[in-house]
Write a protein of this length. Structure first.
Length: 422
Protein backbone atom coordinates (compact mmCIF):
# COMPACT_ATOMS: atom_id res chain seq x y z
CA UNK A 1 0.00 0.00 0.00
CA UNK A 2 2.85 2.34 0.89
CA UNK A 3 4.59 1.55 -2.44
CA UNK A 4 1.45 2.41 -4.37
CA UNK A 5 1.19 5.79 -2.70
CA UNK A 6 4.87 6.49 -3.48
CA UNK A 7 4.40 5.84 -7.19
CA UNK A 8 1.31 8.05 -7.24
CA UNK A 9 3.24 10.87 -5.60
CA UNK A 10 6.14 10.56 -8.09
CA UNK A 11 3.74 10.53 -11.05
CA UNK A 12 2.04 13.68 -9.78
CA UNK A 13 5.34 15.52 -9.61
CA UNK A 14 6.33 14.47 -13.14
CA UNK A 15 2.97 15.56 -14.46
CA UNK A 16 3.26 18.98 -12.88
CA UNK A 17 6.72 19.44 -14.40
CA UNK A 18 5.47 18.43 -17.86
CA UNK A 19 2.54 20.84 -17.66
CA UNK A 20 4.84 23.61 -16.51
CA UNK A 21 7.27 23.14 -19.38
CA UNK A 22 4.42 23.04 -21.89
CA UNK A 23 2.99 26.26 -20.50
CA UNK A 24 6.33 28.01 -20.72
CA UNK A 25 6.82 26.87 -24.32
CA UNK A 26 3.32 28.02 -25.30
CA UNK A 27 3.75 31.38 -23.59
CA UNK A 28 7.05 31.96 -25.41
CA UNK A 29 5.61 31.08 -28.81
CA UNK A 30 2.70 33.51 -28.52
CA UNK A 31 4.68 36.34 -27.01
CA UNK A 32 7.89 36.41 -29.07
CA UNK A 33 7.02 39.90 -30.36
CA UNK A 34 6.19 41.30 -26.94
CA UNK A 35 8.53 43.27 -24.71
CA UNK A 36 11.76 41.44 -23.96
CA UNK A 37 13.09 41.46 -20.44
CA UNK A 38 16.27 43.32 -19.56
CA UNK A 39 18.05 40.10 -18.68
CA UNK A 40 17.26 38.61 -22.10
CA UNK A 41 18.58 41.76 -23.84
CA UNK A 42 21.73 41.63 -21.79
CA UNK A 43 22.16 37.98 -22.72
CA UNK A 44 21.95 39.07 -26.37
CA UNK A 45 24.66 41.71 -25.77
CA UNK A 46 22.49 44.73 -26.69
CA UNK A 47 24.55 47.91 -26.55
CA UNK A 48 23.81 51.36 -27.89
CA UNK A 49 25.92 54.41 -28.64
CA UNK A 50 25.01 57.97 -29.57
CA UNK A 51 25.63 59.06 -33.14
CA UNK A 52 28.38 61.66 -32.77
CA UNK A 53 30.45 64.12 -34.75
CA UNK A 54 34.10 63.19 -35.12
CA UNK A 55 37.09 63.86 -37.31
CA UNK A 56 37.59 60.82 -39.50
CA UNK A 57 41.33 60.35 -39.29
CA UNK A 58 42.65 57.35 -41.20
CA UNK A 59 46.19 56.05 -41.01
CA UNK A 60 47.86 54.63 -44.11
CA UNK A 61 51.03 52.59 -43.59
CA UNK A 62 53.76 52.54 -46.25
CA UNK A 63 57.51 52.04 -46.29
CA UNK A 64 60.31 54.13 -47.72
CA UNK A 65 64.00 54.95 -47.72
CA UNK A 66 65.83 58.00 -46.39
CA UNK A 67 67.58 60.04 -49.07
CA UNK A 68 69.29 63.45 -49.12
CA UNK A 69 67.41 66.56 -50.21
CA UNK A 70 69.60 66.60 -53.32
CA UNK A 71 72.90 65.26 -54.57
CA UNK A 72 75.54 66.04 -57.16
CA UNK A 73 77.57 63.47 -59.05
CA UNK A 74 80.44 64.86 -61.12
CA UNK A 75 81.72 62.61 -63.93
CA UNK A 76 84.94 62.79 -65.89
CA UNK A 77 84.70 64.85 -69.10
CA UNK A 78 87.06 63.32 -71.70
CA UNK A 79 87.07 66.54 -73.77
CA UNK A 80 88.68 68.47 -70.93
CA UNK A 81 91.64 66.15 -70.58
CA UNK A 82 93.08 64.95 -67.31
CA UNK A 83 92.60 66.19 -63.76
CA UNK A 84 95.63 68.05 -62.45
CA UNK A 85 94.48 68.79 -58.90
CA UNK A 86 91.83 67.68 -56.39
CA UNK A 87 90.55 70.38 -54.07
CA UNK A 88 88.41 68.28 -51.67
CA UNK A 89 88.54 65.09 -49.60
CA UNK A 90 85.87 62.66 -48.44
CA UNK A 91 83.58 63.75 -45.57
CA UNK A 92 84.51 67.40 -46.18
CA UNK A 93 81.76 70.00 -45.98
CA UNK A 94 81.48 72.27 -49.01
CA UNK A 95 79.43 75.28 -50.06
CA UNK A 96 77.91 75.96 -53.44
CA UNK A 97 80.68 77.41 -55.63
CA UNK A 98 83.58 75.74 -53.80
CA UNK A 99 86.13 74.11 -56.20
CA UNK A 100 86.14 70.31 -56.32
CA UNK A 101 88.94 69.54 -58.78
CA UNK A 102 90.83 71.17 -61.66
CA UNK A 103 91.55 69.85 -65.17
CA UNK A 104 94.97 70.46 -66.73
CA UNK A 105 94.62 73.84 -68.47
CA UNK A 106 98.22 74.40 -69.63
CA UNK A 107 97.20 74.33 -73.33
CA UNK A 108 94.50 76.90 -72.69
CA UNK A 109 97.00 79.13 -70.91
CA UNK A 110 99.21 79.11 -74.03
CA UNK A 111 96.21 79.93 -76.23
CA UNK A 112 95.18 82.73 -73.90
CA UNK A 113 98.67 84.28 -73.90
CA UNK A 114 98.81 84.20 -77.70
CA UNK A 115 95.36 85.73 -77.99
CA UNK A 116 96.27 88.54 -75.59
CA UNK A 117 99.47 89.36 -77.54
CA UNK A 118 97.54 89.49 -80.82
CA UNK A 119 94.93 91.68 -79.21
CA UNK A 120 97.60 94.08 -77.93
CA UNK A 121 99.09 94.42 -81.45
CA UNK A 122 95.69 95.10 -82.98
CA UNK A 123 94.90 97.61 -80.22
CA UNK A 124 98.21 99.40 -80.93
CA UNK A 125 97.47 99.54 -84.67
CA UNK A 126 94.04 100.92 -83.94
CA UNK A 127 95.50 103.70 -81.77
CA UNK A 128 97.93 104.63 -84.59
CA UNK A 129 95.08 104.78 -87.10
CA UNK A 130 93.04 106.96 -84.76
CA UNK A 131 96.02 109.32 -84.37
CA UNK A 132 96.43 109.53 -88.16
CA UNK A 133 92.73 110.25 -88.65
CA UNK A 134 92.95 113.01 -86.03
CA UNK A 135 95.94 114.57 -87.86
CA UNK A 136 94.08 114.46 -91.17
CA UNK A 137 91.12 116.21 -89.58
CA UNK A 138 93.42 119.06 -88.48
CA UNK A 139 94.98 119.39 -91.98
CA UNK A 140 91.54 119.44 -93.58
CA UNK A 141 90.45 122.16 -91.21
CA UNK A 142 93.51 124.26 -92.07
CA UNK A 143 92.90 123.78 -95.81
CA UNK A 144 89.29 124.86 -95.53
CA UNK A 145 90.39 127.94 -93.61
CA UNK A 146 92.99 128.89 -96.24
CA UNK A 147 90.52 128.47 -99.07
CA UNK A 148 88.12 130.84 -97.35
CA UNK A 149 90.95 133.35 -96.81
CA UNK A 150 91.98 133.19 -100.46
CA UNK A 151 88.42 134.04 -101.50
CA UNK A 152 88.25 137.17 -99.35
CA UNK A 153 91.84 138.57 -99.78
CA UNK A 154 92.77 140.23 -103.21
CA UNK A 155 95.99 139.20 -104.95
CA UNK A 156 98.63 142.05 -105.50
CA UNK A 157 101.72 142.30 -107.79
CA UNK A 158 105.08 144.05 -107.43
CA UNK A 159 106.89 146.39 -109.96
CA UNK A 160 108.00 143.45 -112.05
CA UNK A 161 104.41 142.20 -112.43
CA UNK A 162 104.65 139.43 -109.86
CA UNK A 163 101.56 138.95 -107.76
CA UNK A 164 101.94 139.84 -104.07
CA UNK A 165 102.88 142.73 -101.87
CA UNK A 166 106.61 142.34 -101.96
CA UNK A 167 106.42 139.74 -99.16
CA UNK A 168 106.98 135.96 -99.68
CA UNK A 169 103.96 134.45 -101.42
CA UNK A 170 102.30 131.33 -99.74
CA UNK A 171 101.41 128.46 -102.06
CA UNK A 172 97.78 128.51 -103.12
CA UNK A 173 95.44 125.72 -101.83
CA UNK A 174 93.21 124.28 -104.48
CA UNK A 175 90.00 122.29 -104.25
CA UNK A 176 91.85 119.32 -105.71
CA UNK A 177 94.23 119.38 -102.76
CA UNK A 178 91.26 119.36 -100.38
CA UNK A 179 89.56 116.49 -102.19
CA UNK A 180 92.71 114.38 -102.20
CA UNK A 181 93.19 114.82 -98.44
CA UNK A 182 89.51 113.96 -97.84
CA UNK A 183 89.90 110.73 -99.77
CA UNK A 184 92.94 109.80 -97.67
CA UNK A 185 90.90 110.34 -94.52
CA UNK A 186 88.04 108.18 -95.82
CA UNK A 187 90.41 105.34 -96.67
CA UNK A 188 92.01 105.54 -93.24
CA UNK A 189 88.60 105.54 -91.53
CA UNK A 190 87.58 102.41 -93.46
CA UNK A 191 90.83 100.78 -92.44
CA UNK A 192 90.14 101.67 -88.80
CA UNK A 193 86.64 100.11 -89.00
CA UNK A 194 88.27 96.82 -90.03
CA UNK A 195 90.73 97.18 -87.18
CA UNK A 196 87.84 97.68 -84.72
CA UNK A 197 86.26 94.47 -86.00
CA UNK A 198 89.56 92.66 -85.42
CA UNK A 199 89.74 94.11 -81.91
CA UNK A 200 86.20 92.85 -81.14
CA UNK A 201 87.02 89.41 -82.54
CA UNK A 202 90.23 89.21 -80.49
CA UNK A 203 88.33 90.23 -77.34
CA UNK A 204 85.72 87.57 -77.99
CA UNK A 205 88.44 84.96 -78.42
CA UNK A 206 90.00 85.99 -75.11
CA UNK A 207 86.62 85.81 -73.39
CA UNK A 208 85.93 82.36 -74.87
CA UNK A 209 89.33 81.00 -73.80
CA UNK A 210 88.88 82.53 -70.33
CA UNK A 211 85.46 80.88 -70.01
CA UNK A 212 86.90 77.53 -71.06
CA UNK A 213 89.71 78.00 -68.60
CA UNK A 214 87.20 78.74 -65.84
CA UNK A 215 85.28 75.58 -66.71
CA UNK A 216 88.42 73.59 -66.09
CA UNK A 217 87.76 74.17 -62.39
CA UNK A 218 84.70 72.11 -61.43
CA UNK A 219 82.72 73.55 -58.51
CA UNK A 220 80.02 72.29 -56.17
CA UNK A 221 76.46 73.27 -57.07
CA UNK A 222 75.04 72.58 -53.59
CA UNK A 223 75.87 72.94 -49.92
CA UNK A 224 76.71 69.44 -48.76
CA UNK A 225 79.14 66.74 -47.69
CA UNK A 226 81.66 64.99 -49.92
CA UNK A 227 80.67 61.31 -49.96
CA UNK A 228 83.26 60.02 -52.43
CA UNK A 229 86.40 61.24 -54.21
CA UNK A 230 87.60 58.76 -56.83
CA UNK A 231 91.11 59.66 -58.03
CA UNK A 232 91.69 56.41 -59.91
CA UNK A 233 89.11 56.67 -62.66
CA UNK A 234 90.61 55.73 -66.03
CA UNK A 235 90.07 58.13 -68.90
CA UNK A 236 88.05 56.71 -71.82
CA UNK A 237 86.46 58.16 -74.92
CA UNK A 238 83.00 57.96 -73.36
CA UNK A 239 84.00 58.96 -69.84
CA UNK A 240 83.19 56.73 -66.88
CA UNK A 241 80.09 55.30 -65.22
CA UNK A 242 81.55 56.13 -61.81
CA UNK A 243 81.55 59.75 -60.57
CA UNK A 244 84.81 61.49 -59.75
CA UNK A 245 83.15 63.32 -56.86
CA UNK A 246 79.84 62.53 -55.17
CA UNK A 247 78.17 65.14 -52.92
CA UNK A 248 74.99 64.83 -50.87
CA UNK A 249 73.05 67.84 -49.65
CA UNK A 250 73.49 69.02 -46.08
CA UNK A 251 69.80 69.94 -45.97
CA UNK A 252 67.41 67.77 -43.88
CA UNK A 253 66.89 64.27 -45.24
CA UNK A 254 63.72 63.20 -47.00
CA UNK A 255 61.94 59.88 -47.53
CA UNK A 256 61.06 58.40 -50.90
CA UNK A 257 59.09 55.29 -51.74
CA UNK A 258 56.09 54.01 -53.65
CA UNK A 259 52.49 53.49 -52.62
CA UNK A 260 49.63 51.60 -54.22
CA UNK A 261 47.01 53.22 -56.40
CA UNK A 262 44.46 52.64 -53.61
CA UNK A 263 46.53 54.77 -51.21
CA UNK A 264 47.75 57.32 -53.76
CA UNK A 265 44.23 58.63 -54.42
CA UNK A 266 43.81 59.40 -50.70
CA UNK A 267 47.13 61.13 -50.07
CA UNK A 268 47.49 64.88 -50.52
CA UNK A 269 50.37 67.31 -50.19
CA UNK A 270 50.87 68.63 -46.65
CA UNK A 271 49.31 65.69 -44.77
CA UNK A 272 51.03 64.77 -41.50
CA UNK A 273 53.40 61.80 -41.45
CA UNK A 274 55.05 59.86 -38.64
CA UNK A 275 58.45 58.46 -39.68
CA UNK A 276 59.76 55.43 -37.78
CA UNK A 277 63.28 54.25 -38.78
CA UNK A 278 63.68 50.49 -38.38
CA UNK A 279 67.06 50.89 -36.68
CA UNK A 280 65.60 53.06 -33.91
CA UNK A 281 62.96 51.15 -31.96
CA UNK A 282 60.21 53.19 -30.30
CA UNK A 283 61.49 56.44 -31.82
CA UNK A 284 59.77 58.56 -34.42
CA UNK A 285 60.26 61.73 -36.49
CA UNK A 286 57.60 64.09 -37.78
CA UNK A 287 57.16 64.89 -41.44
CA UNK A 288 54.72 66.01 -44.12
CA UNK A 289 53.82 64.68 -47.55
CA UNK A 290 55.74 66.73 -50.10
CA UNK A 291 54.48 65.10 -53.28
CA UNK A 292 52.75 62.07 -54.77
CA UNK A 293 53.44 61.55 -58.46
CA UNK A 294 50.56 61.34 -60.92
CA UNK A 295 52.63 58.92 -62.93
CA UNK A 296 53.55 55.35 -61.93
CA UNK A 297 57.13 54.29 -61.33
CA UNK A 298 59.19 52.94 -64.22
CA UNK A 299 58.14 49.34 -63.67
CA UNK A 300 54.48 50.37 -63.72
CA UNK A 301 53.46 47.96 -60.97
CA UNK A 302 54.87 46.73 -57.74
CA UNK A 303 54.25 43.08 -58.45
CA UNK A 304 51.78 42.88 -55.59
CA UNK A 305 48.69 40.76 -55.98
CA UNK A 306 45.32 41.73 -54.55
CA UNK A 307 42.72 39.05 -54.22
CA UNK A 308 39.39 38.75 -52.48
CA UNK A 309 36.99 41.61 -53.08
CA UNK A 310 39.40 43.37 -55.40
CA UNK A 311 39.16 40.64 -57.95
CA UNK A 312 42.87 39.85 -58.11
CA UNK A 313 45.55 41.25 -60.39
CA UNK A 314 48.52 43.58 -60.05
CA UNK A 315 48.38 47.01 -58.47
CA UNK A 316 50.12 50.09 -59.87
CA UNK A 317 52.63 51.81 -57.63
CA UNK A 318 53.19 55.59 -57.51
CA UNK A 319 56.34 57.36 -56.22
CA UNK A 320 56.00 59.71 -53.25
CA UNK A 321 58.29 62.03 -51.27
CA UNK A 322 58.04 63.00 -47.60
CA UNK A 323 59.88 65.94 -46.02
CA UNK A 324 61.15 65.27 -42.49
CA UNK A 325 60.46 68.34 -40.35
CA UNK A 326 62.34 67.20 -37.23
CA UNK A 327 66.13 67.29 -36.84
CA UNK A 328 67.69 64.61 -39.06
CA UNK A 329 71.28 64.66 -37.79
CA UNK A 330 70.91 61.15 -36.32
CA UNK A 331 69.56 59.71 -39.55
CA UNK A 332 71.62 58.38 -42.42
CA UNK A 333 71.11 58.00 -46.11
CA UNK A 334 69.72 54.58 -46.93
CA UNK A 335 67.87 53.96 -43.64
CA UNK A 336 64.63 52.06 -44.21
CA UNK A 337 61.59 53.50 -42.47
CA UNK A 338 57.91 52.81 -41.94
CA UNK A 339 55.56 55.72 -42.49
CA UNK A 340 52.16 56.39 -40.95
CA UNK A 341 50.31 58.96 -43.04
CA UNK A 342 47.30 60.54 -41.41
CA UNK A 343 44.51 61.51 -43.78
CA UNK A 344 41.24 63.30 -43.11
CA UNK A 345 40.55 65.23 -39.92
CA UNK A 346 39.92 68.57 -41.60
CA UNK A 347 36.23 68.59 -40.61
CA UNK A 348 33.82 66.69 -38.41
CA UNK A 349 31.34 64.11 -39.69
CA UNK A 350 28.27 62.40 -38.20
CA UNK A 351 29.52 58.88 -37.54
CA UNK A 352 28.57 55.52 -36.04
CA UNK A 353 30.74 52.44 -35.44
CA UNK A 354 31.17 50.12 -38.43
CA UNK A 355 29.48 47.22 -36.58
CA UNK A 356 26.27 49.24 -36.18
CA UNK A 357 25.61 49.06 -39.93
CA UNK A 358 24.14 45.83 -41.26
CA UNK A 359 23.30 44.76 -44.79
CA UNK A 360 19.67 43.85 -45.44
CA UNK A 361 18.69 42.94 -48.97
CA UNK A 362 21.47 45.07 -50.41
CA UNK A 363 20.68 48.09 -48.25
CA UNK A 364 22.68 49.57 -45.38
CA UNK A 365 20.54 49.57 -42.23
CA UNK A 366 21.01 50.65 -38.61
CA UNK A 367 18.69 50.19 -35.61
CA UNK A 368 17.92 53.37 -33.69
CA UNK A 369 16.27 53.25 -30.26
CA UNK A 370 13.42 55.77 -29.97
CA UNK A 371 11.10 55.82 -26.91
CA UNK A 372 12.05 52.30 -25.89
CA UNK A 373 11.50 50.80 -29.34
CA UNK A 374 13.78 49.99 -32.27
CA UNK A 375 13.46 51.76 -35.59
CA UNK A 376 15.01 50.21 -38.66
CA UNK A 377 16.62 53.00 -40.69
CA UNK A 378 17.98 52.84 -44.20
CA UNK A 379 21.15 54.93 -44.23
CA UNK A 380 23.63 56.34 -46.70
CA UNK A 381 27.34 56.04 -45.91
CA UNK A 382 30.20 58.42 -46.64
CA UNK A 383 33.81 58.61 -45.53
CA UNK A 384 35.21 56.14 -43.04
CA UNK A 385 38.24 55.07 -41.07
CA UNK A 386 39.19 51.88 -39.26
CA UNK A 387 36.58 52.39 -36.50
CA UNK A 388 33.80 54.68 -37.70
CA UNK A 389 31.73 55.28 -40.83
CA UNK A 390 30.09 58.54 -41.80
CA UNK A 391 26.27 58.53 -42.06
CA UNK A 392 25.15 61.17 -44.53
CA UNK A 393 21.44 60.31 -44.35
CA UNK A 394 19.17 58.35 -42.01
CA UNK A 395 20.48 59.17 -38.52
CA UNK A 396 20.55 62.43 -36.54
CA UNK A 397 23.18 63.63 -34.12
CA UNK A 398 22.75 62.21 -30.61
CA UNK A 399 20.36 59.38 -31.53
CA UNK A 400 21.00 56.03 -29.84
CA UNK A 401 22.20 53.50 -32.38
CA UNK A 402 22.44 49.78 -31.63
CA UNK A 403 26.06 48.78 -32.10
CA UNK A 404 25.42 45.04 -31.49
CA UNK A 405 22.64 44.25 -33.98
CA UNK A 406 21.54 40.64 -34.54
CA UNK A 407 19.15 38.72 -36.74
CA UNK A 408 16.43 38.67 -34.08
CA UNK A 409 15.92 42.42 -34.17
CA UNK A 410 13.11 44.00 -36.13
CA UNK A 411 11.38 47.32 -36.59
CA UNK A 412 9.11 48.20 -33.63
CA UNK A 413 10.70 45.79 -31.17
CA UNK A 414 10.48 47.06 -27.59
CA UNK A 415 13.58 47.42 -25.47
CA UNK A 416 13.31 46.96 -21.70
CA UNK A 417 16.91 47.84 -20.83
CA UNK A 418 20.20 48.48 -22.56
CA UNK A 419 23.85 49.36 -22.05
CA UNK A 420 25.08 52.70 -23.41
CA UNK A 421 28.76 53.25 -24.20
CA UNK A 422 30.48 56.57 -24.71
Amino acid sequence: MKKKKLWIWIGSIVGVLVLGLAAMFTFGMFNKNEKVSGDEWNDMGVTVQKASEQELVESILVTGEIVPESEQKVFLDPEKGVISEYKVTENQAVKAGDPLFVYDSSKLEVELSRAKRENELIQSRGKTELSQISELNKRLADMNKKIETQKTSPVTTDSEGVEGTGEPVEPQVTQDDLNQLSNEKIQLEMQYENTKAEIASASEQISEITARQKEMTVVSKIDGIIVKVNQNIAKTETGSSEPVVHIISSQPYKVIGTMSEFDAVKIKQGQAVVVRPKVFKEREWKGVVESVSHFPNESGGGGEEFGGGMGGGSVTMYPFKVAITDDTTELRQGFHVSLEIKIGGDEKHLVVPHMAVVDQEGMSVVYVMVDGKLESRKVEKGAMNDEFVEITKGVDLGELVVITPNEGMHDGMEVASFDEVE
